[in-house]
Design a protein around this ligand. Structure first.
Ligand SMILES: *Cc1c(COP(=O)(O)O)cnc(C)c1O
Length: 495
């Protein structure tokens, strides 16, 4: 040790290196073994936990007190890796929301396929920074492969390119960020350099199906969430195409149209092809929010719902929903992927580096700089199950949604409120004899009782002015018996 210091001259830099005594005064647990054996603890906990998901409750209220075992002051002297990780696993496997299991129908939340979970562990193991080619050629190359496979999976034409991002919110942000740059260019401005100063407000047009995350993206981009002009012909939010067209004609300049491919209340779709026609006729940018609905493209039974997406300028989708990849996983596709570089490139980095330039990478093509190798779980799950594996899963979910709709239709105290084009069934509790004006309250109560019970999860919404439940089926583990259990439990909770 001291020999190597002498060799590198470290002993001669003005005595700044602490003496051997000072090093010993502070024990350094990380250099003292660190406890890498704890990975075995995670592995050992994983099997029983994953096995338990099939029929454990989504949430067990009795486990809430467990969380106290993780609180307290920051320890001075740590308890060591083995004890800390044992505690985390005990509390975590008990008190988590077991949304990775087959009976979680709230929001639109997928689980994690075995291959995706293993790919995600691999991403943590390798701890790559997927920012630049020079920080990880592996992560950069696998991201390009994964994006190419996703493009093929959804049948998008060659030429579409994109970036992996943390979520569909970030995919909407990335897409609308590229759209903002395009729109600024049409006004002779470089928004990446100069922002929105001096520009008029960017017109954004959508139906009543527009998702809160698109508004949030517009909010983050400086347009404001209220920038969206909604053209709806009914309280459900279905698009009023004629009114939107009149507005585009009146605007006479560049605008952004958001098409919603898969809305969250009933899984309905804006007519993407009609909106592509409008975008072409009026020179607008067409963005498609297909967070989960893009998966309609995987089955010939539902592909018609997304007809026209191949004419979109940008498309947002999630990996952590129907692809069943662990959080955080989303992606954005651009018809002209060079737009990502102009909107998200950094000044201090090469602006448009050549593909093999070590300074190049996905940090210049999306909102994040340092980023994890989120391509690895996507690559693993697509390599493992392939196109036909995903088609089979999507079609199973389509069948399960129809099965759920049939159970609802057959139950005298349940009322379906919408068609079921995809994987969401919107219905309400309506026992015979209960007057209409009491139904919203009743459904809110049943929704709250469902979450408090915890065996299955589904959320409520307001659909066309009526409070309703809207279970969404996107978890690879879900089978018919889970749907049957869900309906039984809902019926049992009606007061
Ligand atoms: C879930 C969802 C989003 C937002 O996705 P996050 O992954 O939660 O950011 C956006 N649009 C639609 C239609 C969604 O269903």
């Amino acid at each position: 040790m001291s020999g190597s210091r002498e060799a590198t001259g470290l002993d001669h830099d003005g005595g700044r290196a602490p003496s051997d005594g000072a090093w010993q005064a502070q024990s350094d647990p990380l250099l003292d073994g660190g406890g890498e054996g704890v990975l075995g603890q995670v592995y050992e906990a994983a099997g029983p936990y994953l096995d338990s998901l099939a029929d454990r409750p989504v949430s067990d209220p009795a486990t809430a007190p467990l969380l106290r075992d993780l609180s307290g002051d920051l320890p001075d002297k740590g308890e060591g890796a083995a004890a800390a990780v044992r505690r985390l696993l005990r509390v975590g496997t008990g008190a988590a929301t077991h949304s990775a299991g087959p009976r979680f129908f709230h929001f639109v939340i997928g689980g994690a396929t075995p291959a995706a979970l293993a790919g995600d562990w691999t991403a943590s193991l390798l701890d790559q920074n997927a920012a630049f080619r020079v920080s990880s050629t592996l992560a950069t190359e696998v991201e390009t492969i994964a994006l190419g496979w996703l493009r093929e999976l959804f049948g998008l034409p060659e030429g579409y390119g994109g970036a992996l991002v943390a979520s569909a919110t970030f995919a909407n942000f990335t897409s609308l960020g590229a759209a903002t740059h395009w729109w600024g260019e049409r006004h002779g401005a470089d928004v990446a350099a100069d922002g929105l100063a001096g520009l008029p407000r960017m017109p954004v047009l959508s139906s009543g199906y527009v998702h809160a995350s698109s508004r949030k993206a517009l909010q983050m981009l400086g347009h404001g969430r209220e920038s969206v002009e909604v053209f709806a012909r009914d309280p459900i939010g279905r698009i009023d195409l004629a009114a939107m067209e009149r507005r585009l004609a009146e605007l006479g300049g560049p605008a952004v149209i958001i098409a919603n491919a898969g809305e969250v209340n009933a899984g309905d779709f804006d007519p993407v092809a009609d909106l592509a026609d409008l975008a072409e006729r009026y020179g607008a940018w067409l963005h498609v929010d297909g967070a989960f609905g893009l998966f309609a493209a995987l089955s010939p039974r539902t592909a018609g719902l997304v007809a026209g997406i191949e004419r979109a300028d940008s498309i947002a989708c999630d990996g952590h929903k129907w692809l069943n990849v662990p959080y955080e996983s989303g992606f954005a596709f651009l018809r002209d992927p060079t737009r990502l570089a102009v909107a998200f490139g950094m000044q201090s980095a090469a602006y448009l580096p050549a593909p093999d330039d070590p300074r190049g990478g996905y940090a210049l093509l999306g909102p994040e700089s340092s980023r994890r190798a989120r391509s690895l779980p996507i690559w693993a799950t697509l390599a493992a199950y392939g196109r036909s594996g995903y088609q089979a899963m999507v079609e199973r979910h389509l069948d399960l949604a129809q099965h759920l709709a049939a159970l609802v239709d057959a139950a005298p105290e349940l009322e379906r409120l919408a068609d079921v084009p995809l994987c969401i069934v919107c219905f309400r509790v309506r026992p015979p004899g209960v007057p209409e004006e009491e139904l919203d309250d009743l459904n809110r109560k049943v929704g709250a009782a469902l979450l408090a019970d915890g065996r299955v999860f589904a959320g409520t919404t307001v659909y066309g002015g009526r409070v309703a439940l809207r279970p969404a089926i996107v978890n690879w583990r879900t089978t018919e018996s889970d749907i049957n259990v869900f309906v039984e439990i809902v019926r049992s909770l009606i007061p």
